[in-house]
Ligand binder design. Sequence first.
Ligand SMILES: [Zn+2]
Length: 204
Amino acid sequence: MILGLDYTILSLIIIAFLLPFYIYRKRVFKFYYDKNDNAYFLKDLQIYLKNTHPKINFDFVKIDSIYKSNPPSIAKLLVLENVAIQFINFGYVKRTQKAVSKDILWGSYEKESNPKNSTANNLLRRKEIVLRRDNYRCNRCAKPIKLDTSMLLLIKDIDTGGTYHFENLSVLCIDCNKIIHSQTPERLIKDLNIFYHLKKKYLK
Ligand SMILES: [Zn+2]
């Protein structure tokens, strides 16, 4: 079948008419794309926080309302600040931890559990064992951590009679360690890794 010349011309005119809509679709249908981008941002943030800090129950009703009631130019930043504030304010109580299997204790374990007889090597050895026992997760927020991105936590402080027995030890991520040892945690926002990473991920 051979198409007539007028049919071909008409097709080209239609394509020429529709092409700009395709090329500039993000501008032409800005409202639609913005709406999708907004929904995507909040959904992605929720998934990200669930994966990185699973123990913290972020209040997404609050986050949603901050996002919707502020001008688009600052809404994302205000949301991220609120996430950091919620992270700081999360209530945390230190609890006695699980004992480890007696098979992995060593000859001088009891002696070195007394802070007076401990050494840096002893503490490093204990930290490695605690990390394994706690599945490499922060005790406060459950963020995945490693030996060099975590701090050993004493459930009961040395000043109040705490020892280095495994029941008195856990591990925290760098942020949670800062928060629980700060007199004014609300001032920490700008120093927290969580805030830094969220800004890097969501603000361009
Ligand atoms: Zn943490």
